[in-house]
Write a protein that binds this ligand. Structure first.
Ligand code: ADP
Length: 189
């Protein structure tokens, strides 16, 4: 594992972790991408994943999906291969843009995590790594996002969708917020 500062909670039947690191270096079976609804790549974690997976191949796969089903609404998720990544699959989900909490953002964020975990389970992934969906240019308040993300991932472990879920936090200064949320919800690891 190329992540650092990992804190894990072992539940029956799965493990939930929070680590700092770069999700493109994931050793999990699948990683989740915080995509945009056009699956067009872009900046932030999306750009990093496209670059590391091989932009040409991933763009082509994303274009096929959009051609087939149209734009991906917030809260939904789709699957592509991981191409050059160590992770076998990339699950692309669209988080909500934060509008002050007035446009169903909480439910849409929970759905982005849940639908991603559901796909991971359906394709037989044991482990899946998530970035902090919507916490970059979509401006979801991090404390609030952390609570929704961790609660939803715990539920996905409880229901046996995956065995191991990991939040990969890119900026070390945000790590404390995520850990505090984890300790509040699950007590100290
Ligand atoms: P969104 O549009 O959903 O807000 P962003 O890509 O702007 O997505 O940001 C989501 C989160 O991903 C941010 O917290 C950002 O720090 C983080 N991030 C950026 N690059 C990486 C990376 N390589 N690995 C993991 N997380 C990353």
């Amino acid at each position: 594992m190329s992540y650092k500062n990992c804190h894990s909670w072992k539940f029956c039947p799965g493990t939930l972790s929070i680590c700092t690191g770069d999700i493109t270096r994931s050793r999990a079976d699948a990683i989740v991408n915080a995509a945009n609804s056009q699956l067009a790549g872009g900046g932030g974690v999306d750009g990093a994943i496209h670059h590391a997976a091989g932009a040409e191949a991933l763009h082509a796969a994303c274009k096929d999906i959009i051609r087939e089903r149209g734009k991906l609404p917030a809260g939904q998720a789709v699957l592509t291969p991981g191409f050059a990544l160590s992770a076998k699959y990339i699950i692309h989900t669209v988080g909500p843009v934060w509008h002050g909490g007035t446009q169903n953002e909480d439910a849409l964020l929970a759905s982005a995590y849940w639908e991603s975990a559901l796909i991971a389970g359906q394709i037989g992934c044991q482990s899946v790594d998530f970035p902090a969906i919507s916490c970059g240019v979509y401006h979801f308040p991090v404390e609030h996002a952390a609570e929704i993300a961790l609660k939803t991932l715990k539920k996905s472990l409880d229901q046996g969708l995956v065995k191991s879920a990991c939040m990969v936090i890119f900026s070390r200064d945000k790590m404390n917020i995520w850990l505090r949320a984890g300790e509040t919800l699950f007590e100290s690891p």
